[in-house]
Each structure stands twice: as structure tokens, then as C-alpha cells.
Write a protein that binds this ligand. Structure first.
Ligand code: P6P
Length: 330
């Protein structure tokens, strides 16, 4: 009969809230505002976990603007995601502006707040109807304009190297929140039984190389010759092609297993497809913090000088040795 004294102590559960509070304590002069933004993101992520997991059951798969049997307007899940993240962050009051893939212009919030968020509320949403993995991507900056004034475009168009924090939520076989504040990357898995994210991937690093390459080879004939040459080398090395067309899912898999993700420029898309401010910069920050590399092919992604809110850039990111090898072919 095991008595309580002899029972093996259970591993200590570290929740996202505790982890962020501990990080805040280690940050001299931290006001707690950033911690509160993470609280707001966590709430919206849990609501999205609920909505994503019932998408097939209620009328939210239809195209935005259609009406359901009750004659109610049907909202697409990515519009719902945008609403949920913006309303949670607005209610928190710690953000002066948001730029979002779902918003044409800057969404101005609390002029007395000091942080700006760039986000893709639901990336890969074309995969929802086929029950594939989707995600939310976010990037956080400190404003450059005076507190107490309306946020400016300059606040929202900052280089990736100025990011204070970045992360993603992946709605997969489990829902995870992965983020960095510049002190490494930590992954938290949602335990719905306690309603919180628990530390599951502490300080994880991406392997320096790997056997996975991710790219939409349907665009092969439009790729620059260097990309074609690198892909030929990947095939000759019997690497595995893995691509589901959802950046968060492809990125997360490669981060853990090692690999390279590419969305290069094509004849039809001379700047590539992926957005600098709320897809490439946050993923580049995470990738570099995990020991990987992230480039446009000609420069470090986080050094790109932004010129517009929804600007696109070519992207090559993942295991450092694979990125170097790919760039050597360009
Ligand atoms: P393609 C999803 O639409 C997305 O923005 C990213 O999540 C994904 O990596 C990419 O576009 C897929 O694009 O042209 O291969 O379908």
C-alpha cells in the first residue's frame, strides 16, 4: 500500500500565467503591462480553441456575409478570430494600436497604452473546411510616439529587431501557445481540464539541420533558379517534402524536427505571399531565438525596413545550416 510519504512527487505544473509573472519579476522596471497583454491573448486563444473545435458543428464555416437557417449573418472563423482577439486586447487596455490581416487600416485603441500588436488572427484559414491545423500569429512592439497621443503609422511599421515579444497559437491535435520575449522560446499546451496553458516545451531549440523541406512546389516553374537548384539538392539528398499550406503548422513542425520553410518570390508574386509585419517578423524572431535563421534570401527578415502595413516579403527560415545552404544557391 503506497502511503502519501512514499508517493513519487508529481512534476510541478507551470502555468503560462505563473511563467509570465516569473519573467516579469526578472525584468527590472517591468510595469506588468506586457504580462497583461499576454493575459488578453491567452483568453482569446482559449475562446478560439473552443470555436475552432466546434467549427464543423455550427454555421461558421460558410463564407462571410452569408446567412444561416435562422437568417443570422454567418461569420467566417477568421473574422470571429479577429473580433475575439481585438475585443480581448481592447478590454485589457494595454495596447494603443493593432494591425491585423483582417483590418485594412490601423485599429486605434488606448492612446495612453505603450504597446502595439501586429497579428494574423487565424492564419491558414483556408484549411478550416478540411479540418487541417491552423494558427494565430502575433508580434508586440513598444510604441515610438509619445504616450497619451493617437498611435502613428511609425509605431506600427517598425523593423522586426524592435519586437518586444512574438508568438503563435497552434490549434492542432492539442492547442499550444509558443512565444518569446527575447530570452529563448517556450511552449505551453492547453490543459482544458484546468483551463490554462501549461509549460510543455521549456526553452526549446530548433535542430541546426534536418531532413524536411516545406514549399509549395506547385509554383516550381516560377521560382528563381537558385531555389530550383536547392530543391534539386533536397531531392537528391532524399529529404522529406512536408507542406500543408498553413504557416504555423509547417513552421511548428520544422522548429521541433528541424527543417526549412520557404515561400520565395515567384513571377506572379515578386515579393512572395507572406506578410512581413504579422507572419514573417514574428516567426523570424521565434526562429532566431530557437537557434534558427530567417532571411528574405537577400537580407535578415528582422532587418527589413517596413513601408506598408500589409507588405509581403519572400521568406526562407528554419534550421540554420539548411537556410545557409539554401542561400548559398541563390
Ligand atoms: P499557398 C495561408 O493562406 C498562408 O497565408 C500561410 O499560412 C501558408 O504558409 C501560405 O499562405 C500557403 O500559401 O500559396 O501555398 O497556398
Amino acid at each position: 500500500m503506497m502511503n502519501s510519504m512514499s508517493m513519487k512527487p508529481r512534476n510541478k505544473v507551470v502555468t503560462l500565467s505563473q511563467f509570465i509573472a516569473d519573467e516579469q519579476e526578472k525584468t527590472p522596471g517591468a510595469s506588468g503591462n506586457l504580462s497583461k497583454i499576454f493575459r488578453d491573448i491567452k483568453l482569446a486563444a482559449k475562446l478560439m480553441h473552443r470555436d475552432v473545435n466546434k467549427a464543423g458543428l455550427v454555421d461558421i464555416l460558410g463564407a462571410h456575409g452569408s446567412t444561416n437557417v435562422q437568417g443570422e449573418e454567418v461569420k467566417k472563423l477568421d473574422v470571429i478570430a479577429n473580433d475575439e482577439f481585438i475585443s480581448s486586447i481592447t478590454a485589457g487596455g494595454d495596447c494603443c494600436a493593432i494591425i491585423s490581416e483582417e483590418e485594412d487600416y490601423i485599429r486605434h485603441l488606448n492612446p495612453d497604452a505603450k504597446y502595439v500588436i501586429a497579428m494574423d488572427p487565424l492564419d491558414g484559414s483556408s484549411n478550416i473546411d478540411v479540418n487541417a491545423v491552423i494558427g494565430t500569429i502575433f508580434s508586440i512592439y513598444r510604441r515610438v510616439s509619445p504616450i497619451g497621443t493617437k498611435a502613428t503609422e511609425e509605431d506600427c511599421l517598425q523593423k522586426g529587431v524592435n519586437q518586444v515579444a512574438a508568438g503563435y497559437v497552434i490549434y492542432g491535435s492539442s492547442t499550444m501557445l509558443v512565444y518569446t520575449t527575447g530570452n529563448g522560446v517556450n511552449g505551453f499546451t492547453l490543459d482544458i481540464s484546468i483551463g490554462d496553458f501549461c509549460l510543455s516545451h521549456p526553452d526549446f531549440k530548433t535542430p541546426s539541420t534536418g531532413k524536411i523541406y516545406s514549399i509549395n512546389e506547385g509554383n516550381f516553374h516560377q521560382f528563381p533558379q537558385g531555389i530550383k537548384d536547392y530543391l534539386k539538392k533536397c531531392k537528391e539528398a532524399s529529404m522529406s517534402a512536408r507542406y500543408i499550406g498553413s504557416m504555423v503548422a509547417d513552421f511548428h513542425r520544422n522548429m521541433i524536427k528541424g527543417g526549412i520553410f520557404m515561400y520565395p518570390q515567384t513571377e506572379k508574386a515578386p515579393n512572395g505571399k507572406l506578410r512581413l509585419m504579422y507572419e514573417c517578423n514574428p516567426m523570424a524572431f521565434l526562429c532566431e531565438q530557437a537557434g534558427g535563421k530567417a532571411t528574405t534570401g537577400s537580407q535578415r527578415i528582422m532587418e527589413v525596413e517596413p513601408t506598408e502595413l500589409h507588405q509581403r516579403v519572400p521568406v526562407i527560415m528554419g534550421s540554420a545550416e539548411m537556410v545557409d545552404d539554401c542561400v548559398a544557391h541563390l
